[in-house]
Ligand binder design. Structure first.
Ligand code: ADP
Length: 496
């Protein structure tokens, strides 16, 4: 009992119910075994029907011959006559009947028109009256047969037709009631059954072996995929995997390879990002250290120089601060969309407020800022992120502008989107830099941007914020002439 339980447990562990291997095994087993069993049963059943049919027709034929002899020997009329002639002819017919009943292990009774049994090969019912439904039907000319497999006999009635009557018509002058044993048929069926059983057992064994082999072979590619993924997972290999056995495995492997490529790209961009962040954070630190060191080395530093150096140190600390603030903003942007705080906002008011804040900076750089609103716009946006988008774009246009330049801010809307456009008369962006402008820490001219105080994160933040609002950012620029940034955002925020 214990060993069986252990075996079942082992099979369950190797083949859990949901396993494809178990399903293939079960399907092959069912498809292979069921038709075999049905065919086997059909063969035996079919043999029985045919054998009974054949036995009935053979016996009926024989009985008909005996019936003819009965008539020709006038058996029915003279069955009691003691005359030598009749006794002799009766003996011939009786012998025929005995032979018949011996041959088919049966009993034959001859019943005359008075329903009297004139002959019983068993001798039991001779002289008795026998009225049954079958006998009556048979007197009407119907010859009947009935197979009773439970009691193991076939019963049949055969009319004894007399054609010698005066009228010339056929008259039923008696009935032969016969019952024969089905022993030989049963014996044959038992033998057939044994053979069918042997064949079916061999077939079942072959099918079980086939089912196991198929289940193992057909699921092997899936095991190979698992192994390959585990190899990648444990770091043995970082190449794309390939299991081309089935179209399905190719699809799974393709999807996995795409995921792998994405993860590698993500990992690489993360590494680059960390390297860039370290570098950017280190630069102001290095400057601060150089400035502080040079103050320390000097014995007597004039107060004026001391002050100048301290001012430089403060400006480097400010820069470090800006980078960290931008980085934090970017990290927040990477968070989930659910973190958006969407409210219905008057965009015209928001733009006015932002421009009011930025105008002093523009004035310092002698840049004129104009605002053109085509219509009042109300949209569902996150106020903080929308402020970041607009501030970054307008600030950039002021920062990267020329003396006496201009910045134009336009606001328009249709029934679906609103557009916020910032164009400037600034230094412009070279064509080859346009594709990279939104990358983290990308700056067209590092030294120039540093002078201006940029961190290279502004447009990356802007782009992320626009995408969070399911909007688009389009940049056009001609180097030396100016740039335009168009932000298009849906008026209604649809939660997916
Ligand atoms: P930064 O903090 O350096 O301004 P951004 O991501 O905002 O970083 O911008 C990336 C780079 O794109 C800038 O360094 C600058 O070279 C260029 N750029 C951005 N806006 C403009 C503009 N309006 N005109 C010209 N160049 C621009």
């Amino acid at each position: 009992m214990k060993t069986i339980r252990k075996l079942v447990e082992m099979i369950r562990q190797k083949m859990p119910l949901k396993s494809l291997r178990l399903r293939i095994f079960a399907i092959v087993l069912v498809v292979g075994l069921v038709p075999g069993l049905i065919v086997g049963m059909g063969i035996v059943q079919n043999y029985e029907d045919r054998a009974v049919e054949h036995r009935i027709s053979t016996v009926q034929n024989q009985l008909k011959i005996v019936a003819n002899h009965l008539i020709s020997n006038d058996y029915m009329a003279n069955y009691r006559s003691e005359e030598q002639v009749y006794r002799n002819s009766r003996a011939v017919v009786d012998a025929e009947l005995e032979m018949l009943s011996n041959l088919y292990e049966g009993r034959v009774m001859i019943i005359n028109s008075n329903f009297k049994v004139v002959k019983d090969t068993y001798g039991i019912s001779q002289g008795k009256i026998m009225i049954s439904e079958e006998v009556i039907k048979c007197f009407r000319g119907e010859s009947l047969s009935n197979y009773d497999p439970e009691h193991g006999y076939i019963e049949m009635t055969t009319p004894i037709m007399d054609t010698t009557a005066n009228s010339g018509e056929e008259v039923v002058s008696g009935v032969m009631l016969t019952s024969i044993s089905n022993g030989s048929i049963v014996a044959m069926m038992e033998m057939l059954n044994r053979r069918v059983m042997i064949i079916e057992t061999l077939l079942a064994l072959a099918i079980v072996v086939l089912a196991i082999v198929l289940a193992v072979v057909m699921t092997r590619p899936f095991n190979r995929i698992t192994q390959a993924i585990m190899d990648v997972n444990s770091g043995y290999s970082d190449e794309s995997i390939s299991v081309p056995d089935y179209a399905e495995t190719v699809h799974i492997v393709d999807a996995f390879n795409q995921l792998l490529a994405r993860m590698r790209a993500l990992d690489q961009s993360r590494q680059e990002f960390v390297a860039n962040v370290s570098h950017e954070l280190k630069t102001p630190m290095t400057s601060i250290k150089v400035l502080a060191d040079s103050l320390l080395v000097e014995q007597e530093v004039p107060a004026q120089l001391y002050r100048e150096f301290m001012e430089d140190i403060v400006s480097e600390i400010d820069r470090e601060n800006r980078i960290i603030t931008d980085l934090l903003a970017l990290v927040k942007m990477d968070k989930k969309v659910q973190d958006l705080n969407i409210t219905s906002l008057n965009i015209n008011d928001l733009v006015e407020l932002i421009l009011k804040r930025l105008r002093p900076i523009a004035r310092k750089k002698d840049v004129e800022v104009v605002f053109e609103s085509m219509r009042p716009v109300v949209a569902e946006v996150d106020e903080v992120k929308m402020t970041l988008i607009m501030t970054n774009l307008v600030e950039n246009s002021i920062k990267y502008n020329k003396e006496h330049g201009w910045v134009k801010v336009e606001l328009d809307a249709d029934h679906q989107f609103f557009t916020f456009k910032v164009s400037d008369s600034g230094i412009g962006i070279p064509e080859d830099a346009l594709a990279h402008i939104c990358e983290r820490f990308y700056r067209v001219d590092k030294s120039h941007s540093r002078e201006i105080g940029g961190t290279g994160l502004g447009l990356a933040i802007t782009k992320s914020a626009v995408l969070l609002h399911r909007g688009t950012l389009t940049i056009n620029s001609v180097e030396g002439e100016g740039s335009s940034f168009v932000v298009k955002i849906p008026l209604i925020y649809i939660v997916s």
